[in-house]
Design a protein around this ligand. Structure first.
Ligand code: HEC
Length: 188
């Protein structure tokens, strides 16, 4: 019945073969992104502290995200968005902001934010809620006024930074995985 379409990479084709392939793919891609960014962050925090780690993130987080995207081929894209972005490039579109706001509204009344799956015709978009689960996140996204040197650096690199004041358990944003649907044949 349903044929497995040609995916650009072996990884992608294996991932797409599953029943609920889109969620599976999104989980895999987002896991890889968290592993990549988290690993580098941890390394830099440990080696030279928050100011160095901040600089590393500001120079590399966006490109590392792109690299993870590229690893999965041209039919898959991954990015991070937030209603309170640090990097202006992570500002959500109005559609995306609506979805983040509804996740936020649910989270506020104690409903666990779940993956949101959006059908956009030729592609599927999976939104994976991103919570502040680790204390380390608060170093740069919590009450940064406790660390004047770091606060100064953040202001210097991101004059319009909105990504502070978070507490443990807060919804920080979402990882958005966009997956192109399989090609439909004319015989259908
Ligand atoms: C050393 C400082 C630092 C720490 C610690 C840190 N971040 Fe960030 N974070 C940044 C910087 C800098 C950016 C902007 C980088 C970019 O994406 O270009 C950022 C961006 C983000 C974004 C993308 C949206 C936006 O605001 O631009 C998310 C989501 C995020 N961080 C979540 C987390 C989470 C979750 C943790 C804990 C695991 C964490 N951060 C720990 C510095 C930090």
């Amino acid at each position: 019945m349903k044929k497995i379409f040609i995916a650009t990479t072996l990884t992608a084709s294996v991932l797409f073969a599953g029943g609920n392939g889109y969620t599976k793919t999104a989980n895999e891609v987002s896991k890889e992104l968290i592993k990549t960014l988290g690993g580098e962050l941890k390394k830099h925090l440990k080696a030279n502290g928050p100011v160095d780690a901040l600089q590393f993130c500001s120079l590399n987080a966006y490109n590392l995200t792109k690299k993870v995207s590229e690893k999965y081929g041209k039919d898959i894209d991954v990015k991070r968005i937030s209603l309170k972005p640090r990097n202006p490039a992570n500002t959500p579109s109005s559609d995306e902001a609506t979805i983040l706001s509804s996740l936020e509204a649910m989270h506020k009344v104690g409903v666990k934010p779940r993956n949101v799956i959006q059908d956009k015709g030729d592609k599927v978009v999976v939104y994976k809620p991103l919570l502040i689960k680790k204390k380390a996140c608060l170093i740069c996204h919590g009450d940064i006024n406790k660390k004047p040197e770091l606060a100064k650096k953040i202001k210097e690199i991101y004059p319009n930074d909105k990504a502070t004041g978070y507490k443990m358990g807060d919804l920080r944003g979402a990882i958005v995985v966009t997956i192109k649907k399989e090609e439909k044949t004319s015989a259908k």
